[in-house]
Design a protein around this ligand. Sequence first.
Ligand code: AMP
Ligand code: TRP
Length: 325
Amino acid sequence: MKIFSGVQPTNQLHIGNYLGAIKQWVALQENNECIYCIVDLHALTIPYDPKQLPAKIRETVVALIAAGLDPEKCIIFAQSQIKEHAELAWLLNTICPLGELERMTQYKDKSKKFKDNINVGLLDYPVLMAGDILLYKAGGVPVGKDQEQHVELTRTLARKFNQKFGKVFDEPKSLILQEGAKIMSLMDPKKKMSKSDDAKSCIFLFDAPEAITKKIMAAATDSGKDIKYNLTKKPGISNLLMIYSLLTGKTTQELEKEFAGKNYGEFKKSLAEVLVNYLEPFRKKQTEFAARDVYVQEILKQGATKAQKIAETTMREVKQKMGLI
Ligand code: AMP
Ligand code: TRP
């Protein structure tokens, strides 16, 4: 299957990004044609520093490689290097009903969070994302739960385009994991873990062991003292149990048994150890690749060359169908 997904170069990757999305990207690269994009055009929709953006794009490449992507097995490139993304987004804008965009959860959340910067890009964000996916005619889109609505819109736009102008696109499916699709904040387990929140609410992939331990020990827990998985009554402990389970392969029931009679402190100490050990090879690789800037630039260059070919072919087809000469 052809796979496409993207990540914003906005901040460091956290374990929510990894367990919800990147872990799937790594597994899928073995047997599929995978295209992974650093979506720098999307990142312009919230306040950012132009001076820092180039470094952040390269840091995101390093992070993806440290997390297991292999540039020999997949295409990694930066969105802004391929003009066709913006071009297709414009064309899709002309068939996208405004109401579809106004009801998007992410738009509503972000326009609340960034009240002073409700720009048109923020509203149009899902159309650009649809363009990203359709440009490569992807069949599968591995993402976390929060992106499901956007992939749904992508299917709607593909269908509309085909009906209006003739068949060009297949309707892509989102690939969302049963477990891990929504890792919650350590500070407030009712909210998803998010890059733009307080650093204390996230475990970043390259956090130092001391920072990991400190954050886990300070993570919000619930009343009572049992280590039990119960999303409504015990959202804090349940989130930690889920993270523990995903990192060790043990089920939450097995973990409940293992920690029966133990207190929150003992459980958290054990989870911190699991995390520190799991992330150790990530940290090592990150340090190694952070020092290889020329190699990272080369990955982006080669990725862009490959992506360009596919993008041009699709755009030719799209423009011809739409009556553009
Ligand atoms: P972003 O941080 O918005 O660039 O997201 C990159 C990928 O990580 C997307 O596929 C998101 O759906 C996924 N993701 C982000 N936050 C979480 C989370 N807390 N739990 C699971 N997946 C997430
Ligand atoms: N919107 C996604 C996010 O915030 C990133 C993204 C942009 C994306 N274009 C995409 C994901 C295309 C999958 C496919 O995480």
